[in-house]
Write a protein that binds this ligand. Sequence first.
Ligand code: C5P
Length: 225
Amino acid sequence: MKKLIVALDVNSFKKAKKLVNTLTPYVDIFKIGSELFTSCGPAVISYINGKKRKVFLDLKFHDIPNTVASSARAAARHGVFMFNIHASGGYDMMRMAQAAVKDETKRLKIKKPVVLGVTVLTSEKKKDTAKEVVRLAKLSKKACLDGVVCSAGETKRVKKACGRKFIVVNPGVRPERAAKNDQKRITTPREAVRNGADFIVVGRPITQARSPVSAAKRISEEMAA
Ligand code: C5P
């Protein structure tokens, strides 16, 4: 099933709570990034879990394998639905992180989070981005990760290289109406889903909209169309 993830890129628990409370009837998964997590810590994860909604912890771990594995264990203990690590951290780092998560969740008898590799950030400009994304996706798969984060333009190539079941999450998606007057190449929710994305991440077009509910509903409709 295709899913919308709303990025809670705000700097206080109060603002995050307001968005979560407003959007809870329409949104199943909320993304907590480094800004919100650094501002208010794991309390916001508990809050969202308490609302019976899921958390994508987007902290993009990147360190020596032992440190990332321990951080991954901590993320699993918080009961997050999904979290990510930088695929450029390498095979050993990713393999150890996934093994640690499996071990920790088995020990605690809790559900294992989806562990994603971050390929190439959309803000980065590289010579041959698509090729590098596929290389990092294949490395993530080899290291037993569950999927990757990449831009919508690379989804088809990643699915072809890593298989249909390998999860693909796309940020950088803009609703159709917002995209119309923009000259940059922006992927719409419909395009992202058509390309094969399992989840799309949308932040500002929802969180900064006059009505976040209407914006979220419209994007969900575009995804389903
Ligand atoms: O507001 P906007 O929809 O642009 O937010 C996109 C979100 O996706 C941000 O939270 C950003 O940190 C995240 N992102 C990501 N990987 C990328 C690009 C954006 O996780 N390659």
